[in-house]
Design a protein around this ligand. Structure first.
Ligand SMILES: *Cc1c(COP(=O)(O)O)cnc(C)c1O
Length: 366
């Protein structure tokens, strides 16, 4: 993996960072100086723990980027610790990327709808324009128009292209070779961000392998989905080490509550990781079985092949399907407000029992 770090011939992604932030030092926290001591009186913390603080650890500000967690995530994602930024979910990674690369009230990002909503939300909050190059549907498959993305990014000077693979809500995987070609075309112009929130369910290679040769690629990973830690809020940006340093300086001084960092480290331990692997395999098998059965259920127009932990389904009457599920206490995601998905629901995989319940409700004649 580290050979990839040395092999790069491509331009530094620092050229993509906002001019006014390139030498920005950020906030110097009490933890910035690597001082040694026994009595810590440099951060205005309380010398006593709160009575309710069971092990007395909460009175100190947390380590901004705990090295053990960074190393565990680097091992998990097969990259170098220096290429890892840990934040409050991938949501924070998206926001940091927009803020570090796009000028407030200016510049642009490219998205491919239907897609995850947070790219556009972060851009909007920053006053940055959102260029949509919609996914196209052909023969029941979702296609990403990489040529159109490259053209739009070049002609409209976009700073970031957000790709989602597997896509939410489509479940479609993007070919890593196409992503590499896009990154090559946009070198020195835009950062290609690959959101892999669901890649564990895809049984496919991660785009992290591109970062060595294409320094304008960044990958988002999260512990929220396959690792079952949504509430711990641990997401990772994986990118060129120089870009990671810039992002760190734009991030809040103490982004990771120590309890969350500790939980994450435990969740990556051997036994937990083994169970996670087993559960991913279960979800994949359940997903394919559910998709196959739903495809022949009454009132189902189309089920898209999914590489994630959900299926996107079109119905003759999506309202009726939604209502029948809800009447049985099953809540699924109504996608009808999304462009081109006026008849669709997104159904997350549950336990085998829950999936069987979904199926029996939808297979029963309305
Ligand atoms: C769920 C989801 C995320 C959010 O991840 P967090 O790490 O929980 O912030 C990111 N991207 C996509 C596509 C998602 O569906």
């Amino acid at each position: 993996m580290n050979a990839a770090l040395d092999a790069d011939t491509s331009a530094s992604p620092l050229a993509l960072v906002r001019d006014d932030l390139r030498d920005f030092g950020g906030y110097r926290s009490a933890r910035s100086d690597k001082l040694q001591g026994e009595v810590w009186l440099n951060a205005n913390e309380s010398p006593w723990p709160n009575l309710a603080d069971r092990d007395g650890s909460l009175r100190r500000y947390p380590d901004p980027q705990p090295q053990a967690l960074r190393e565990a995530l680097a091992a998990l994602y097969d990259c170098a610790p220096a290429q890892v930024l840990v934040g409050r979910g991938s949501d924070e990674g998206i926001d940091l990327l927009v803020r570090a690369l796009c000028r407030p009230g200016g510049d642009a990002i490219v998205v491919n709808t239907p897609t995850f909503g947070m790219y556009a939300v972060s851009a909007r909050l920053h006053g940055t324009r959102v260029i949509d190059v919609p996914l196209r549907e052909a023969d029941g498959e979702w296609r990403c128009d990489f040529d159109a993305i490259a053209d739009a990014a070049r002609t409209q000077a976009a700073r970031i292209v957000f790709l989602c693979s597997p896509g939410n809500p489509t479940g479609a995987l993007l070919p890593v070779g196409e992503i590499a070609a896009l990154a090559a075309r946009l070198e020195g112009r835009a950062l290609v961000v690959v959101d892999e929130a669901y890649v564990e369910f895809a049984d496919a290679p991660s785009a992290t392998r591109l970062i060595g040769a294409h320094r304008n690629v960044a990958v988002l990973r999260t512990l929220s989905k396959a690792h079952a830690l949504a509430s711990a809020r641990i997401g990772t940006v994986i990118a060129d080490a120089a870009l990671i340093e810039v992002l760190r300086r734009c991030q809040a001084p103490y982004p990771l509550p120590s309890a969350c960092a500790d939980e994450a480290l435990r969740a990556l331990g051997r036994d937990a990781a083994l169970q996670t692997r087993t559960r991913i395999a279960t979800v994949r098998a359940e997903r394919d079985a559910l998709a196959a059965r739903l495809a022949t259920a009454p009132g189902v127009r189309r089920v898209y092949a999914s590489r994630a932990n959900f299926v996107l389904v079109r119905f003759d009457d999506a309202q009726s399907a939604f209502d029948r599920l809800l009447a049985a206490g099953v809540v699924v995601r109504d996608m009808r407000a999304a462009p081109g998905l006026g008849d669709a629901l997104r159904i997350s995989l549950g336990t085998p029992e829950q999936n069987a319940a979904v199926l029996s409700i939808l297979e029963a004649r309305a």
